[in-house]
Design a protein around this ligand. Structure first.
Ligand code: NAD
Ligand code: USQ
Length: 397
């Protein structure tokens, strides 16, 4: 297949592009490099040094991989997006290209507006481009488990069969997300479902859990092919942060009581799930939702798994929760669709954590400990200037 990966320079987009290429697909990547600009804005950066996209592509090719084409530009620029799709002529478009940090979207009004504008407008432009250029192109869109929030009923895969006052219907699963970022994904899902109904688009919405890990077979092949590894309190995700805190001898920062339960997934399963979704497209007019997660754990269980696996001493601290989230709740997620397509999940294990500890140890001197401290507070509606590096420019302009 010809597969265009939007957001192909990011944490997940880059390993996915290489994985799809290694599996025989013709791959193109699109990115506007805004993720690298957030690093400048926040004064943070990847724990592991990463190469430019140009170097990554050259190394991939020099090591025998099929050439991956690249397009530099912004999804919000519809002329660029239309021209790119016309030029590459994809069968499938995998859409990772969004502002993806919940804390970033909660810094202040500007960051909330930027996040929703970037994500919702980018996705709308993509829908229109596919609607006008070729409706057969399958859109594989990265959604998120946090779209659902923590409902007091089991979480189905996107849709819910309900009976109300004696009548039955099948409706989109009710959503109650916990940040303006997660809300942007809900808006995307609704727009995409509408596009399937009116234009017959083919869409797979992958509601992915929190990703952990930093290596896939392809990123491990050469230090110049590694993907980014975020640990700061804005972009670092929870298990990656816990692993880094353990190696640095710092207490693992559980927000609040720690009984909040989240869906998680190993990065090696992310790339495989995307391959499976691409190779088995949604039907014309179908809005298909997969819960892209392999297990669920409370924050306390995640922290204990990390401290138990870490060979040295490590401890856990409970911080006042900077977010607004329910701590004691029901959380039962249906996630059979991808397994039915052939996914055989990697569960969180000592082996993976041990390899993460090794990678972290090699780069421990690069850690800025100040960046680990959470600063963005959900209850404050404005002014998080302290999280923006002095003298840096806000990315949204
Ligand atoms: P990332 O920020 O590392 O990568 C996103 C990439 O998209 C970046 O390279 C960025 O420069 C690019 N981008 C953003 N807006 C763009 C625009 N308007 N035009 C062109 N390029 C743009 O994020 P990630 O962790 O790789 O996540 C990728 C996707 O997966 C996101 O949509 C995210 O919401 C979703 N997701 C991530 C996780 C996770 O734990 N990392 C979990 C669930 C879902
Ligand atoms: N948390 C801690 N300690 C920390 C960091 C986080 O206890 O040091 C807690 C948070 O309060 C939250 C949970 O861990 O309850 C997850 O936080 P996170 O920052 O790892 O993940 P989240 O903000 O939900 O966002 C991440 C990605 C996002 C993706 C989402 C998947 O950044 O792109 O969409 O995971 S999900 O959560 O399933 O929606």
């Amino acid at each position: 297949m010809r597969i265009l990966v939007l957001g192909g320079d990011g944490y997940l987009g880059w390993p996915t592009a290489m994985y799809l290429s290694a599996n025989g697909h013709q791959v193109g990547v699109v990115d506007n490099m805004v993720r690298r600009a957030y690093d400048h804005e926040l004064g943070s950066g990847s724990l592991v040094p990463i190469e430019t996209l140009a170097t990554r592509l050259a190394v991939w090719h020099d090591r025998g991989g099929d050439s991956i084409s690249s397009y530099y530009g912004d999804l919000v620029d519809s002329d660029f997006l239309y021209a790119t799709i016309r030029d590459f002529e994809p069968d499938t478009i995998v859409h990772f290209a969004e502002q993806r940090a919940a804390p970033y979207s909660m810094i202040d009004r500007k960051h909330a507006v930027y996040t929703q504008m970037n994500n919702v407008v980018g996705t709308l432009n993509l829908m229109y481009a596919v609607g006008e250029i070729d409706r057969d192109i399958h859109i594989v869109k990265l959604g998120t488990m946090g779209e659902y929030g923590t409902p007091n009923i089991d979480i189905e895969e996107g849709w819910l069969d309900i009976t109300h006052k004696g009548r039955s219907d099948r409706v989109l699963f009710p959503k109650r997300p916990g940040s303006f970022y997660h809300l942007s994904k809900v808006h995307d899902s609704h727009n995409l479902e509408f596009g399937c109904r009116i234009w017959g688009l083919r869409v797979t919405d992958l509601n992915q859990g929190v990703v952990y890990g930093q290596e896939t077979e392809q990123t491990a092949a050469d230090p110049r092919l590694v993907t980014r590894f975020d640990y700061d309190a804005v972009f670092g995700t929870v298990l990656n942060r816990f692993a880094i805190q353990a190696v640095l001898g710092l207490p693992l920062t559980v927000y609040g009581g720690g009984s909040q339960t989240r869906a998680i997934i190993d990065i090696r399963d992310t790339v495989e799930c995307v391959r499976l979704a691409c190779q088995s497209p949604a039907a014309a007019g179908e809005f298909r939702v997969f819960n892209q997660t392999t297990e669920t754990m409370s924050l306390t269980e995640m922290a204990k798994t990390v401290t138990n696996s870490f060979p040295g001493a490590s401890s856990i601290v409970h911080l006042e929760n900077p977010r607004v989230e329910i701590e004691d709740h029901h959380f039962s997620v249906v996630h059979t669709a991808l397994e039915d397509l052939g996914l055989s999940p990697h569960l969180l294990s000592d082996t993976l954590l041990t390899s993460m500890f090794d990678i972290i140890d090699q780069h421990r001197d690069r850690v800025d400990r100040n960046a680990l401290t959470p600063g963005v507070n959900w209850r404050a509606s404005a002014n998080a200037a302290s999280h923006v590096a002095q003298g840096s420019e806000y990315v949204g302009g």
